[in-house]
Design a protein around this ligand. Structure first.
Ligand SMILES: C[S@@+](CC[C@H](N)C(=O)[O-])C[C@H]1O[C@@H](n2cnc3c(N)ncnc32)[C@H](O)[C@@H]1O
Length: 435
């Protein structure tokens, strides 16, 4: 009954194009990858010949690439091409302070981070399990100036009053664009759920509004086609806030929205599984102030280690018991908000020595002094936890494939002891695969 209702709504929405939509459901899924420009250059991927129209570093791919060495190194993220459209429209500048409110598993957050230099990202996810996945993707992609939080949007809004330049609300939705990928999306479809999602989306947007700076940009996106969750949410938001204006997304792909709104829609007929994107600007003039913490002083042991390992050290530190975190911008005071990680977890001071973490060796813009390059076969061995028989300078060393670190080890000069965390190693029957 619900399924019938879904299809009859789509027919009403798409009219002449309904048959094309139905045909698209039996075609293969659009798969994609987005290159992490912080870690890799476009020309390192010369075998990619099918660029997506939604963002210049996004490509269509036709096979699973999770065990590709560059994926393990964090040089690309597997992302359905149309999912890269929202951040393209957000138009992140390198010094922006950005809040991604519904961030797991991290496709859009890692895309935002790839545009930042002196800026900062708060990447939030309400669901605890999903927040851990988000954190591991943030670390693999090597994001430095970031906080990963695990809380509800109302709790964030209690701390941050009008202080973000850009906010992304990639809202939880009824997922009509996921119907082809997951049967469950169609089986679970109901009008009640569409309405429930719309109510939740409006609530999230209210909190986002509060946290946005004057002059700031808010992008609202979903992967559903329902008017109730897309255009209607936009109209409701504009009605509630006279100081918010809808701005031109300034892109040529996809299509305009319904109800004469200058938003962007992508249907499968437009080259992606489906997205809806609206861009707003805030015109009021009362700015808030981001609460920041004073940088902590690191001890001599940490200082010595960091100087031995890096050409440029982070500017700011935060210390929690023996654990040391670093980043270039000041640490933010999250008060009672649950923070999974802020800055890079550099390592721990243990009995007067510094024990680095895996994430220390994954940072996109750390310039490591001690690196060793390994072959594909050696990478496979190392990813299975093996010791590498390889000569290199004694001490901790970043282990790299084609110059890109994917972990670290401790060398005695002749062999490199494996320091890849057990949870990140490959299972015995899974292998690094370049094809
Ligand atoms: C569409 S997904 C986000 C995808 C993500 N932006 C990406 O690009 O990888 C929506 C997320 O919102 C989260 N969510 C669910 N309910 C929420 C709520 N009430 N407030 C905020 N986020 C919520 C979900 O757990 C989910 O991870």
């Amino acid at each position: 009954m619900s399924q019938e209702m879904y299809f009859s709504r789509m027919q009403k929405l798409l009219k002449d194009e309904y048959n094309a939509y139905i045909e698209s459901l039996s075609k293969p899924l659009y798969r994609g990858m987005r290159i992490n420009l912080k870690k890799a250059e476009l020309d390192e991927f010369d075998h990619l010949d099918n660029p997506s129209r939604f963002c210049k570093e996004s490509y269509y791919v036709d096979k699973p690439l999770g065990n590709h060495p560059f994926h393990i190194c964090g040089c690309f993220y597997l992302q359905e091409p149309s999912a890269s459209s929202a951040v393209e429209i957000l138009d992140v500048q390198e010094d922006d302070y950005v809040l991604d409110l519904c961030a797991a598993p991290g496709g859009k957050s890692t895309q935002i981070a790839s545009h930042l230099k002196s800026g900062y990202l708060v990447s939030n996810e309400i669901d605890a399990k999903r927040a851990q996945i988000l954190l591991s993707n943030i670390e693999r992609m090597g994001v430095k100036n970031v906080a990963v939080t695990n809380t509800s949007v109302d709790k964030l809004a209690k701390v941050f009053d009008a202080c973000f330049d850009k906010i992304l609300v990639d809202a939880p939705c009824s997922g009509e664009g996921m119907i082809k990928k997951h049967d469950v999306a169609l089986n679970n479809w109901s009008i009640e759920n569409v309405e429930l999602c719309a109510t939740r989306q409006k609530e999230i947007l209210e909190h986002a509004y509060f946290m946005l700076k004057p002059g700031g940009t808010l992008v609202y996106s979903t992967c559903t086609y329902a008017l109730e969750e897309d255009e209607d949410v936009v109209l409701d938001f504009l009605e509630k806030h006279e100081d918010m204006i809808l701005v031109d997304p300034e892109v040529s792909w996809g299509r305009k929205g319904f109800k004469d709104l200058n938003v962007r829609r992508i249907f499968p007929m437009d080259g992606g599984e489906g997205h809806f994107i609206a861009k707003f600007k805030k015109q009021s003039d009362v700015a808030g102030k981001l609460p920041v913490l004073k940088s902590k002083k690191i001890d001599n042991v940490t200082q010595k280690f960091l100087k031995e390992q890096l050409n440029t050290l982070p500017n700011n530190y935060y210390i929690d018991k023996d654990r040391v975190y670093g980043m270039d911008v000041p640490f933010v005071d999250f008060k009672k908000v649950k923070v999974l990680r802020q800055g890079v977890y550099l390592g721990d001071v243990i009995k007067n020595r510094f024990e680095p973490s895996h994430s220390f060796y994954m940072v996109a813009d750390f310039d490591y002094k001690r690196k060793v390059d390994v072959t594909l076969e050696e990478m496979d061995l190392f990813m299975h936890g093996e010791v590498l028989q390889k000569e290199c300078e004694k001490g901790y060393v970043a282990v790299c494939f084609k110059g890109h670190p994917f972990g670290f080890g401790k060398s005695d000069g002749k062999q490199i002891k494996n320091k890849i965390p057990k949870g990140l190693r490959l299972l015995p029957n899974s292998h690094v695969n370049i094809d």
